[in-house]
Write a protein that binds this ligand. Structure first.
Ligand code: SF4
Ligand code: SF4
Length: 291
């Protein structure tokens, strides 16, 4: 079984064509700007969306562990640390404010779901396995990708940050057509302070992946005050330049879309890095995609 937190149908941003994107749980990085915090943890957890709550009080009445309570002012307070995931409040909530942060799938079940949109997978479309870090569940991913291929999914992509042993790539290579590969920084100290991990294995894996002949789509998040300096982006571009199977390099400007999900999962709010300056972005774009 594999842990998955979301399945997005008709996605246009996770590789060529129309795609179904499957978001795996668990990640080996802790990027300070992460906009998919559901993918950080391996374990399924309680999720609470305050915007949907109608303050009916059912969850507080039902919960055996006192997770839900209301302040004197009527504010719904949730102590995520006490939840044993019995599911009673989730089943009872009338507004859908409570849910599990993910669920388990068998490879067969997931491949069947991914095959629902086969008629739309034209012009390079197909299935993208993303996360979190999909390659942390390499055996599950391999089995699912193989079943997807057998069902006729034309193009399978893995979206990875690359911070896994090379053996994880080797497991899935026969069933994967291309990779979306994140490069967040070139200098190791910067990468470590921004993500909590070294990038030596990440860059080495990318070089080895290039030698396999798989198509590579590179994505560089641009995070103000972290990696938005021309020297840093130039260093990344210099590293990528000798690679022969890079089909595209995209800069992804920082955004704040995932911030509300931290509170919904009982996680501390991340820093806000602010908007990327347009002129800076144009300068960096000219470095990674000259001419
Ligand atoms: S899932 Fe169970 S333990 Fe967790 S908050 Fe709901 S009722 Fe309480
Ligand atoms: S059951 Fe749902 S709607 Fe009712 S108070 Fe709890 S979270 Fe809010």
């Amino acid at each position: 079984m594999g842990h998955v937190f979301h399945i997005q149908r008709f996605s246009l941003h996770d590789g060529p064509g129309i795609r179904t994107t499957v978001f795996f749980m668990g990640c080996s990085l802790r990027c300070r700007w992460c906009h998919n915090p559901e993918g950080l943890r391996w374990e399924i957890a309680l999720q609470y969306d305050s915007k949907k709550c109608v303050s009916c009080g059912l969850c507080a009445a039902l919960c055996p562990n006192g997770v839900h309570r209301f302040s004197e002012g009527g504010v719904h307070l949730v102590d995520f640390t006490r939840c044993s995931l019995c599911g009673q409040c989730i089943r009872a909530c009338p507004s859908g404010a409570l849910l599990y942060s993910g669920r388990d799938y068998s490879p067969e079940e997931l491949a069947a779901l991914c095959s629902r949109d086969l008629p739309y997978y034209r012009n390079g479309g197909g299935v993208t396995f993303s996360g979190g870090e999909a390659l942390l569940q390499a055996s599950f991913l391999r089995e699912t990708a193989q079943l997807c291929k057998q069902r006729g999914v034309p193009a399978i992509i893995v979206d990875t940050a690359g911070n896994v042993p090379w053996s994880a790539f080797e497991q899935v290579l026969p069933w994967v057509d291309a990779f979306l590969y994140d490069v967040k920084a070139y200098h190791e100290d910067l990468h470590r302070s921004a993500t909590g991990a070294s990038n030596l294995e990440i860059l080495e894996n990318l070089k080895r992946l290039d030698q396999t002949g798989k198509d590579l789509y590179i994505r560089i998040p641009v995070i103000p005050t972290v990696n938005d300096r021309t020297e840093e982006i130039r260093a990344i571009a210099g590293f990528l330049q000798p690679l022969t199977h890079v089909r595209q390099i995209r800069l992804i400007p920082y955004h704040t879309l995932g911030r509300s999900k931290y509170a919904a999962l009982g996680l501390p709010e991340p820093p806000n890095f602010g908007a990327v300056d347009e002129s800076t972005l144009a300068l960096l774009e000219a470095i990674v995609n000259p001419g």
